[in-house]
Write a protein that binds this ligand. Structure first.
Ligand code: SAM
Ligand code: SF4
Length: 441
């Protein structure tokens, strides 16, 4: 979502005459789009700001200006505190306020240091300009579209409900228009995103609410779209119509990111996840029934307060039972203002470290096994960019695996069958099929 937000901020500032640069030393304006989810991510911002402050001072000595903006969830959570902690910051802007950036920057240029972390009723998306065709093309053939923001779940470890606010779904016609614009400019893969994307309940023109499954079915009918994905889902919102969509919609990719966090019912309850391990396993079973080749991916937290060795073993058992194609796993990080942080039975850092290492070893083994199992198969690849070596092109399988093949650059933006010949640690090597072979595949 931060990647999506950053592109929207760039679209907005493009209208004000700014262009993007990859080089901080060249920038008149630096925006740090921050993440508050774990302490490490939030603290990184301050070390980054320290470096930028030095750069800014050096500029000022030469009579040039550089504005520094802190955006995203650290901005939302810490507000004024950021201005106090780092004098070089000019502007602090929360994720629901970035459509006001041009106005805020005008004030910052007059020497005011400001904070805007309002959650207001005004529709942020409506006030944002759409990217030009050239901007869309430059960003590649795969794009995100935010369909839902915020969260009402209040998992006891998580800051999202406080930093992103309550669940809001965008109206269907807005999503369709944004998607059409992307597809008309050459985008082939759309990933619908939201903190709780499968809780989507957006109104259509008649005010009727659509589910995510209905939205996906509608978008699947749009000419030019080859692939649809959605992320991130919560198990309690995994409705049967969404599971069925994996059977009926060919364009819906057989890859589901469905965070479980823990395999222990006791820990899941303490986390306020509102489901049990067996419910998760049942969803996976139904998904596999609908689409036998579906690949599963998840998020895990180890060392939530009170987690025992037996609880951790239950997580390992769940992982063994499901078999994940990929995953994200983290040590629990107590976040200020969340119920988990108040608990007195915090787990020792060393225990968290050992549990995370064991879990990651198992997940990595599963990821490698999944990739190795693709060798010898023929899979469709959406080519996204030139490969690392001359004459190579790179893309993704339906299961999100990176693949490179020898092939012409004019295939970028298209889908073609590829025979997978080898699995490396982070990507697969393949061979484009010839005309006759293609028919067999
Ligand atoms: N909404 C999604 C869900 O419910 O699964 C996840 C959103 S969160 C941005 C992404 C992941 O960060 C979570 O799934 C969780 O594994 C991890 N996370 C969130 N808070 C955390 C914390 N306090 N410590 C460690 N990991 C955390
Ligand atoms: Fe955070 Fe996801 Fe739980 Fe919402 S559902 S509180 S975003 S982990």
């Amino acid at each position: 979502m931060n990647v999506y937000d950053a592109t929207r901020m760039a679209d907005l500032l493009g209208r004000e005459g700014y262009t993007e640069t990859g080089d901080e030393a060249d920038a008149d304006l630096v925006i740090l789009n921050t993440c508050h989810i774990r302490e490490k991510a939030a603290e990184k911002i301050y070390s980054e700001l320290g470096k930028l402050a030095l750069e800014k001072r050096a500029r000022e000595a030469e009579g040039r200006d550089m504005k520094i903006v802190v955006a995203g969830c650290v901005a939302q959570a810490e507000g004024e505190e950021v201005l106090k902690r780092q004098r070089a910051v000019d502007l602090v802007v929360g994720p629901q306020s970035y459509h006001r950036l041009p106005e805020l920057l005008k004030q910052a240029k007059q020497g005011r240091r400001l904070t805007d972390t309002e959650f207001d009723v005004e529709d942020k998306f409506e006030s944002l300009p759409q990217p030009s065709r050239a901007q869309i093309r430059a960003r590649g053939v795969s794009a995100f579209v935010t369909v839902q923001e915020g969260c009402d779940k209040f998992c006891s470890f998580c800051v999202v409900p406080y930093t992103r606010g309550a669940e809001v779904s965008r109206p269907v016609p807005d999503i369709v228009a944004e998607t059409r614009r992307l597809v008309d400019a050459g985008v082939r893969e759309i990933t619908l995103i939201g903190q709780n994307v499968n809780a989507y309940r957006g109104p259509d023109d008649d005010g009727r609410e659509w589910s995510l499954a209905r939205l996906l079915a509608h978008l699947a009918g749009m000419e030019g779209i080859d692939r649809l994905r959605y992320t991130t889902s919560h198990p309690v919102d995994m409705a049967q119509d969404l599971i069925d969509a994996h059977a009926s919609l060919e364009k819906l990719m057989p890859y589901v990111h469905l965070p479980v966090q823990s395999g222990s019912d006791r820990v899941l309850k303490a986390m306020n996840r509102k489901h049990k391990a067996a419910d998760y396993l049942d969803i996976v079973r139904r998904l596999r029934k609908a689409r036998p080749d579906v690949a599963m991916s998840s998020d895990f937290i180890v060392g939530f307060p009170g987690e025992t060795d037996a609880d951790f073993e239950a997580t390992m058992a769940l992982v063994r039972e499901v078999g994940f194609a990929s995953s994200f796993s983290f040590k629990y990080s107590p976040r200020p203002g969340t119920p988990g942080a108040e608990r007195t039975d915090q787990i020792d850092e060393e225990i968290k470290r050992v549990r995370l290492a064991a879990l990651q070893a198992l997940l990595e083994e599963q990821r490698q096994a999944f990739n190795s199992a693709t060798v010898g198969r023929t899979v469709d690849v959406l080519f996204e960019k030139p490969g690392r070596h001359e004459g190579q092109i790179a893309g993704k399988t339906p299961y999100m695996q990176a693949v490179h093949v020898s092939g012409p650059a004019d295939m970028i933006g298209g889908v073609a069958p590829v025979a997978i010949v080898a699995a490396g640690s982070n990507s697969l090597a393949g061979r484009l099929l010839g005309k006759g072979e293609e028919a067999k595949a």
